[in-house]
Design a binder for this molecule. Structure first.
Ligand code: DGY
Length: 331
């Protein structure tokens, strides 16, 4: 008998093809239960299906808290989320019960940085207005003054959170000829500055807000960063600023953002994340032509999502075997 036999794994969603095929094949007599739909598992189903689980492979759409852990029972050894962010998991609840938590770092860095740059350019070059004009038959003759955006050449970029994704964004934006990168985070990172090259400076938030032409939010959602961008913060930005958030919606105080947009305080905005997700169709945010909203697809490439689900499987199997996780949340 292997150590996985008679253990129960709950998977809360259908996974990308390669990983799904592995699940379908099974693992050494392990009992796999899965919410096999491509929509978030309802809370009641999560609580019901968690019963008796030794491992849970979840997504960022599943709130994992004491209620779920209680429903699972004391044999639960590991929670593995198919995401790098883990703000949906109550870490103290897991820690107090010695339940391991695995995440999927590294593999989504490039795709998420690509999406960040995509939104920077789309917002700066007024992509939404341009596409809408073509579709709505408002495309007149070529005009020297119509739909003028701004370009990155010689601009100052502010990056909030110079972690893996922030660094990848900085490297990409440098290629567009930006003059200077200001950054904010827990501490100055001299080695990283050297690695990225060019003019870089760790600055107070106040300065980053005031001096940046483009601001990219690349930090995790924590108690400290929650609602960090509120009306007051937006009021300090340049009126031409390009503001992009591909991290978590909760880092932005959305009513403050809406007010700033209404008052014309912001040049343009690109969001891949909102509160809530999905954003209701009648959300005011969708009414601004200078605000582009994507449906949280920062890591949405087949390559990246497959790598994420594979890591999530490795994490959960290791935890169920009582081994060290390859990618624990606190590495
Ligand atoms: C994550 O993994 O936290 C990302 O938000 C998924 O795109």
């Amino acid at each position: 008998m292997t150590d996985l036999q008679r253990q129960r794994l709950l998977v809360t969603r259908i996974l990308p093809q390669l990983s799904q095929a592995r699940l379908d094949k099974g693992f050494d007599g392990m009992d796999v239960v899965q919410w096999k739909e491509d929509r978030a598992i309802p809370r009641s189903e999560l609580l019901r299906m968690a019963k008796g689980a030794d491992g849970i492979l979840c997504l960022l759409t599943d709130k994992i808290d004491a209620e779920v852990l209680d429903a699972a029972g004391p044999q639960l050894k590991v929670v593995s989320t198919m995401s790098v962010g883990y703000d949906h998991v109550n870490v103290p609840d897991l820690e107090s019960r010695n339940i391991a938590l695995g995440i999927t770092p590294g593999v989504l860095t490039e795709a998420t940085a690509d999406t960040t740059v995509l939104l920077v350019l789309a917002a700066a070059r007024r992509l939404r207005e341009g596409v809408d004009a073509v579709i709505q038959g408002k495309w007149g003759t070529w005009s020297p003054t119509w739909l003028l955006g701004s370009q990155l050449t010689d601009k100052t970029v502010g990056i909030v959170g110079l972690g893996r994704i922030g660094v990848a964004v900085a490297k990409r934006l440098k290629a567009f000829g930006v003059q200077k990168i200001l950054y904010q985070g827990t501490r100055p990172k001299k080695e990283t500055e050297k690695e990225i090259g060019g003019e870089m400076e760790f600055v107070e938030m106040e300065r980053l807000l005031k001096e940046s032409d483009v601001i990219c939010v690349c930090c995790a959602l924590t108690d400290k960063t929650k609602n960090m961008f509120d009306y007051e913060a937006f009021s300090k930005m340049k009126s031409t600023v390009v503001f992009v958030n591909t991290a978590r919606g909760g880092i932005v105080e959305q009513d403050g953002l809406i007010r700033a947009l209404e008052e014309g305080k912001l040049g343009s905005v690109g969001l891949d994340v909102t509160v809530p997700e999905p954003l209701p169709q009648d959300s005011k945010l969708l009414s601004f032509s200078n605000c582009i909203v994507l449906p949280h697809i920062g890591s949405g490439t087949l390559e990246t999502r497959t790598a994420m689900s594979e890591i999530a499987i490795e994490n959960v199997l290791s935890g169920m075997k009582g081994q060290q996780l390859p990618h624990p949340y606190n590495a």
